[in-house]
Design a protein around this ligand. Structure first.
Ligand code: OGA
Ligand code: MN
Length: 280
C-alpha cells in the first residue's frame, strides 16, 4: 500500500553532518522512490532528521524495518510483542515501559561498539524534552579520519581497539577497575563503511579502552589525541530537540553524545535500532 509522495527536500543542518528531510509523513508507508532518496540522504549526511512527526511505536518500527532487521531490547524483557524492539531512553521512572534510565550528559560513543555486530542504525523519537539542554551532538567520523595527518593514518590503519561497555573503563578514568565481565569487543580503529566504501574513525571517549599493538602509554596518548580531534566543533552537529523529531543516525560513520539537562525535568525518547553487519 505505497502512497504517492512528492519528492523529498533535504536540507543540510551543518557543515559537519546532519540533514533535515521534509515532505515525508512517517505515519504512512513509504514508496520505493522516496525510500531511495531518504537512504541516499542518510549516506550523504550520516544523520537525518524528520520534524513534526506524530508517530506511534508501530510507525517507528515500520520505518526502521526499511533499513534492515531490528534489534531486540538488550534485557530481553518487553511488555508485549509490539514493544520487543523498543527502549525508552528517559529519566522518567513511572512509564511502565522498558527503560534505560538516563540523566544528564553522556560522552561521545558509537552504539554497541562493544559487540561483534554493532547496530548499523539507531533511531530516537522525541516524546518529552527538557526546556534547556539534553541536546544530542553528532560527529562525522569520516571527516575525523580523513583530516588526521597521513603518517598517523598509516600507523593506525589495520590496528584494532578494545571497546568496553563499562563507562568507568576508558583511558581517562580507567585505573585498574575495569569489570572483566563487561561486554567488550575488538574492532578496527578505522572501519570501512560497507555502503559508501569510505573509512571512518571508530574509537570513542566513552567506551574505547586501548589500541592493541601500542604500548599502554602510547595507546593512552593516542586515544586522548583522537578523542580531542574527533570531537572538534567543525566535525559536529548539535541537535536541539523538538517534540515530534525522529532522528536516525549511522553508527558506522558517526558518534554521538548528550549535553547535560536539569534532572528535575522530564526527557523521554523512544529508541529502536537496526541490526548491523560484520565490522571490517
Ligand atoms: C542512544 C543515545 C543520546 C540521547 O540512545 O544511544 O546515546 O541524547 N542517546 O539521549
Ligand atoms: Mn548512544
Amino acid at each position: 500500500m505505497a502512497t504517492a509522495i512528492a519528492d523529498i527536500e533535504v536540507i543540510p543542518l551543518s557543515d559537519a553532518c546532519g540533514a533535515e528531510i521534509r515532505g515525508v509523513d512517517l505515519t504512512k508507508p513509504l514508496d520505493g522512490k522516496t525510500l531511495k532518496s531518504i537512504e541516499q540522504a542518510w549516506y550523504d549526511h550520516l544523520v537525518i532528521v524528520f520534524r513534526d512527526q506524530d508517530i506511534s511505536n508501530e510507525d517507528q518500527v515500520r520505518f526502521c524495518r526499511y533499513f534492515g532487521d531490528l534489534e531486540d531490547v538488550r534485557t530481553g524483557k518487553f511488555a508485549n510483542e509490539e514493544m520487543r524492539h523498543t527502549m525508552m531512553i528517559t529519566n522518567v521512572t513511572d512509564t511502565g515501559f522498558q527503560t534505560a534510565l538516563e540523566n544528564g550528559d553522556m560522552w561521545f560513543h558509537s552504539d554497541q561498539c562493544y559487540y561483534e555486530f554493532p547496530c548499523r542504525a539507531s533511531t530516537l523519537y522525541a516524546i518529552e524534552i527538557p526546556k534547556v539542554g539534553g541536546n544530542t551532538l553528532f560527529a562525522n567520523c569520516y571527516a575525523a579520519w580523513e583530516t588526521l595527518p597521513a603518517s598517523l593514518r598509516e600507523k593506525l590503519d589495520g590496528l584494532k581497539a578494545r571497546n568496553i561497555y563499562d563507562y568507568a573503563g576508558n583511558p581517562l578514568k580507567r585505573g585498574d577497575n575495569i569489570d572483566p565481565d563487561a561486554p567488550q569487543y575488538d574492532h578496527p580503529v578505522a572501519r570501512t563503511h560497507p555502503e559508501t566504501g569510505r573509512k571512518a574513525l571508530y574509537v570513542n571517549r566513552l567506551m574505547t579502552d586501548i589500541i592493541h599493538e601500542l604500548s599502554e602509554q602510547e595507546s593512552d596518548e593516542t586515544l586522548q589525541k583522537l578523542f580531542e580531534h574527533s570531537e572538534k566543533p567543525e566535525f559536529t552537529y548539535e541537535h536541539v530537540w523538538q517534540v515530534g523529531d525522529l532522528v536516525m543516525w549511522d553508527n558506522r560513520c558517526s558518534m554521538h553524545a548528550r549535553t547535560d539537562f536539569d534532572p528535575g525535568e522530564r526527557r523521554m525518547m523512544r529508541r529502536i535500532t537496526v541490526k548491523g553487519e560484520d565490522v571490517r
